[in-house]
Design a protein around this ligand. Structure first.
Ligand code: AOF
Ligand code: ZN
Length: 359
């Protein structure tokens, strides 16, 4: 299963909106077939692994990181391929949360007399498809808030200067995080301040680029922003009072526009409606590259599933801009806590992945 997970990771940057899935066929203690799902519309992992195994699949064990599908989607059901190949037993990491499958694949294989085991390396398999699982179960994406911070929790000097807080290796890691996401979300403030391209720059070819999402209540996105000239769909979400001429200009630049209701107390856009809209566009993981204002809304609203922090060993000092404005809290036990999920050093910086305590 560990080998199947390694194969599944090959699809990290390409399977959107599908899950990343790997499969291995084992016969007499030897791996005789390997497969990975790499792109929506392409064959599923099991099909590749079984094809490689050929006749050796008869009586063999199939290890697969996601329950085999039993539905006709873009491709035929994997359960058919497994039965035709004559596999004797199937070891599965996690059940497929897709309502069109959800246990149906396992039940079908068992009915046909195959031995089925579920739960091997389930935690790792879930982590690899955390956004797909979230979208299928809850109808909203996995929301990952990314920020680069100083040791005193600040993102910019009083002057607004923030480039570059972290070193080049940490920034290269952000590019990989961008590439793995279904969509990158920014507020219009970031577009106006930094003019980001929002397309991942990685040193390997990408066959798909994440959607570029801008939260822009009053349509202030300039029609000559750099993000119009990079690959990836552009979606601009705006409030109901959007100026029709600006709408037209941005649509002419290739952006898709969608109105959303305003959030509580009329501040910002309604984030609940935003997540629903992104899930409808089949976004699994979204990377929110938030300035202090958007980060504050996200954190106050309890929307952050994962806080991805790049910590630079620097103190930005007096007057610097805090990453978010939270509190005040009367006592320590009223302060929301985060669970440290992963931590690593990247050159001179630290990458932290924190999970919301409720999640
Ligand atoms: C598997 N093996 O490798 C994958 C599965 O549109 P389709 O035909 O590609 O089907 C996509 C759905 O199939 C996806 O939402 C998920 O439920 C399942 N993905 N299943 O047996 C695979 N990628
Ligand atoms: Zn399948």
């Amino acid at each position: 299963m560990a080998e199947a997970l390694t194969l599944a990771r090959r699809g990290l940057y390409s399977t959107h909106p599908n899950p990343r899935v790997g499969a291995v066929v084992v016969r007499d203690g030897q791996i005789v077939g390997r497969g990975a799902h790499l792109r929506a519309g392409d064959a599923h992992a099991e099909v590749f692994a079984l094809a490689q195994a050929g006749e050796r699949a008869r009586g063999a064990t199939l290890y697969v990181t996601l329950e085999p599908c039993c539905h006709h989607g873009r491709t035929p059901p994997c359960t058919d391929a497994i039965l035709t190949a004559g596999v004797a037993s199937v070891v599965i990491a996690i059940a497929d949360p897709n309502p069109r499958v959800r246990g149906g694949g396992i039940a079908l294989l068992q009915q046909q007399g195959l031995q089925v085991e579920l739960g091997c390396l389930a935690e790792e398999a879930t982590a690899l498809n955390i956004g797909f699982v979230r979208r299928m179960r809850s109808g909203r994406p996995w929301i990952r808030l990314k920020q680069a911070q100083s040791l005193d929790g600040c993102v910019a000097l009083a002057s607004g200067e923030s480039q570059w807080l972290t070193g080049s290796a940490a920034r290269a890691d952000v590019q990989r995080e961008r590439a793995a996401a279904s969509a990158i979300v920014v507020g219009v403030g970031t577009v106006l301040a930094d003019n980001p391209r929002l397309a991942p720059r990685v040193d390997f070819p990408l066959c798909r680029f994440p959607h570029k999402i801008i939260l822009d209540s009053h349509l202030r996105t300039p029609a000559d922003a750099a993000l119009f000239d990079t690959p990836g769909e552009i979606w601009i979400f705006h409030g109901q009072d959007a100026d029709p001429e600006r709408r037209i200009r941005l649509i002419q630049r290739g952006a898709h526009l969608q109105g959303l209701p305003m959030g509580p107390k009329g501040v910002g856009l309604d984030l609940a409606a935003l997540w629903t809209a992104l899930a409808q566009r089949e976004c699994n993981e979204v990377l929110v590259e938030a300035g202090p204002e958007l980060a504050t809304s996200l954190l106050r609203g309890g929307w952050v599933d994962e806080w991805l922090l790049y910590l630079a060993p620097k103190i930005l000092g007096e007057g610097a801009q805090p990453a978010a404005r939270l509190g005040p809290y009367a006592q320590l036990d009223a302060v929301p806590s985060w669970r440290l999920w992963r931590a690593e050093t990247i050159a001179g910086d630290v990458k932290l992945q924190l999970l919301s305590a409720e999640g």
